[in-house]
Design a protein around this ligand. Structure first.
Ligand SMILES: C[S@@+](CC[C@H](N)C(=O)[O-])C[C@H]1O[C@@H](n2cnc3c(N)ncnc32)[C@H](O)[C@@H]1O
Length: 218
């Protein structure tokens, strides 16, 4: 993705999290509740959330007993998460990392049991950057570790509308989204076990998303 679009998106999200503190509230998203059950069934202890925002889902994972690493390129969102974790007495369980998803993950190989990303892979990342990110996720997960991620897809009402940036990325109201095709989901699962691609909707538009669950072969 062009460096300028990425820089604009980082400024945009930083402004959005600053102007709308705790914008998604503190109830977990439906995909995070599913992911917590997947991680628990796999005996997971430590999980990484990518694109954690202000941390509604990171807090859910902490309340469910996991050690959580929450990453986002908005430091404002992560500040709100740290404040909430401290208020709930869970600061020891929640670790935050300012991180751009286009960069290698700052973790050693096979050190995590689960990775969760709700509407991060469908941000303004190119197809190549998304492939590089899933390769990085496979590297940091232990064998058998699970990735649960959600993305808006080509059946969404905003697909093909607004400002086109190429590579199936369209921008509305300052928010750039990479709309996923089913072929891209399948390509990203190459070398993984793909367990499900579950359609769901969120919000008033409504956004049309897939929730994907896949694991690293043992
Ligand atoms: C749609 S919000 C979802 C936030 C959170 N997952 C939730 O559902 O509450 C997307 C988040 O991804 C972050 N983000 C977007 N592009 C990113 C990138 N390249 N690297 C890291 N974070 C990014 C934004 O700052 C924002 O917090």
């Amino acid at each position: 993705m062009s460096a300028s679009l990425n820089r604009d998106q980082q400024h945009h999200w930083q402004s959005v999290h600053t102007a709308n503190p705790e914008m998604y509230g503190w109830q977990p998203s439906a995909p995070a509740q599913h992911a917590a059950a997947v991680f628990r069934a796999a005996g997971a202890g430590s999980v990484l959330e990518l694109g954690a925002g202000h941390g509604r889902d990171a807090m859910h994972f902490a309340r469910e007993g996991f050690v959580v690493h929450a990453a986002d390129f908005s430091t404002t969102g992560l500040d709100q998460l740290r404040t909430q974790a401290t208020c709930e007495g869970r600061a020891e369980q929640v670790h935050t990392t300012a991180h751009d998803a286009r960069e290698p993950l700052p973790f050693p190989e096979a050190c995590l049991d689960g990775v969760f990303a709700h509407m991060l892979l469908c941000m303004a990342l190119s197809t190549d950057e998304i492939h590089a990110l899933t390769t990085e996720i496979a590297r940091v997960l232990r064998p058998g570790g699970a990735l649960v991620y959600t993305v808006r897809h080509t059946g969404d009402a905003h697909y093909g509308t607004g400002t086109a940036h190429g590579d199936d990325i369209y921008e509305h109201g300052g928010f750039a989204v990479h709309f996923f095709s089913r072929a891209l989901v399948d390509d990203l699962a190459d070398g993984w076990h793909l367990h499900e691609v579950q359609p769901f909707t969120e919000g008033e538009l409504p956004r049309r998303l897939w929730r994907i669950t896949q694991t690293v072969p043992r």
